[in-house]
Design a binder for this molecule. Structure first.
Ligand SMILES: O=C(O)CCC(=O)C(=O)O
Ligand SMILES: [Fe+2]
Length: 393
């Protein structure tokens, strides 16, 4: 399938991926007016392979987006909350406090945040701001590598420890997303692209710190559910838990109202901790309406993933969120999802079940199987989690 893009000086035809057998890249076939006559063989132009939204966004004079990036109905659905509600804040320092009253208060706040929002801002976390900025710049440096350099890291399988690409999964996406990504496994084994040079050192330090935060927050969540502090740690073997650095790059888009960076989805892990540059773009669904998230400097945005929804038997829901794009600035976000060990089986905690009044709502599944299912399917709301919801019990 070919699609045309008009820039102020030429028309470019792109070959869009349309079947699973095609590689996750878009090859550009030239049809600039001055090259359009096949007889002019000497003028044959072999354009570079277009593998990223960054290289498309940087085409000089791009004024419209190719139809493959255009949603049939307005993707930026207008049902925004008029209320001035904002995501709750959790003071991380209180989670590690020796003062039992302070700790029980923050555990309660954490439980309420998980139940009412599924999202919360984490402050006083102790990760130096310079480190947060350095990892964002390291990721920017990765996306700014040449297309050829990045191609070395184009993973083929969802369990490849280093994988970069564009959209979500171009072999299943019907409409492409205005986003490039880099996903790197950080734990139980640390991986890193070898470019840019400083990436590895910064990523190692940053992910260690973030994993410590995540484990302490997960203990707090466990306690807030009325489980033992270490219940989730032990049940899902978090010592070997999967931690991924998932960086998103959203360049300026000439028609931001027609495109999306990421569609509404829930995160499939236990807990994601996200940082972002100063550009807005994330929206969270709350009480059926979308809320714009304002980036708060020096904080992490945490959200509950599908595995917490399963484990809590639906008491804490993984919440839909999406990324919109803009026509001025590049937005970079780094999500650090923390999951169970790949071979752990996730099921509702038995202590939270009562077979008469609170039967299990989700089937048990090995985390590795869930991960493969989610990453190889179309990103579509909570469709993956819904496959586990056992309505027959
Ligand atoms: O870019 C964002 O803020 C959202 C990223 C996200 O939802 C994800 O990577 O799962
Ligand atoms: Fe997400």
């Amino acid at each position: 399938m070919y699609i045309s893009i008009r820039t102020s000086s030429m028309t470019i035809r792109l070959q869009a991926p349309c079947s699973e057998s095609q590689s996750p890249s878009i090859s550009m076939a030239a049809s600039a007016p001055f090259l359009s006559q096949p007889s002019q063989a000497s003028l044959t132009y072999t354009p570079p392979k277009l593998t990223s939204i960054k290289s498309l966004a940087e085409l000089p004079g791009l004024t419209s987006i190719p139809p493959i990036y255009t949603f049939p109905t307005n993707p930026n659905d207008q049902s925004f909350s008029a209320a001035k509600e904002s995501i709750p804040t959790i003071d991380f320092s209180q989670l590690t406090s020796n003062n039992p009253e302070e700790r029980s208060k923050v555990i309660q706040e954490l439980g309420e945040a998980c139940q009412d929002w599924g999202f919360f801002t984490v402050i006083n976390h102790g990760v130096p701001e310079s480190m947060m900025k350095a990892i964002i710049e390291a990721c920017r440096g990765f996306f700014e590598l040449t297309e050829e350099e990045k191609q070395q890291f184009e993973g083929k399988h969802v369990l490849d420890p280093i994988r970069c690409g564009t959209s979500f999964n171009v072999s299943v996406d019907k409409v492409l997303f205005w986003r490039d990504f880099l996903k790197v496994f950080q734990h139980p084994e640390f991986h890193s692209p070898n470019k840019p040079a400083a990436f590895s050192e910064i990523a190692l330090e940053f992910s260690k710190r973030v994993r410590q935060l995540a484990r302490i927050i997960v203990r707090g969540i466990s306690e807030s559910l009325g489980l033992e502090e270490n219940y989730i740690d032990k049940a899902l073997n978090l010592e070997d838990g999967l931690q991924v650095l998932a960086a998103n790059f959203y360049p300026p888009c000439p028609q931001p109202e027609l495109a999306l960076g990421l569609p509404p989805h829930s995160d499939h892990r236990l807990l994601t901790l996200l940082i972002q540059n100063e550009i807005r773009g994330l929206q969270v669904q709350h009480k059926g309406k979308w809320i714009n998230v304002n980036p708060i400097p020096n904080s992490f945005l945490a959200n509950v993933g599908d595995q917490i929804e399963i484990l809590s038997n639906g008491k804490y829901k993984s919440v839909l969120h999406r990324a919109v794009v803009n026509n001025k600035d590049t937005r970079i976000s780094i999500a650090m999802p923390h999951g169970p060990a790949l071979n752990a089986v996730v099921a509702p905690a038995s202590k939270l079940l009562d077979h008469e009044n609170n039967p299990p709502e989700y089937k048990a599944m090995k985390y590795k199987d869930y991960l493969e299912l989610q990453q190889s399917s179309k990103l579509d709301g909570k469709s993956c989690l819904e496959r586990l919801q056992d309505k027959t019990v």
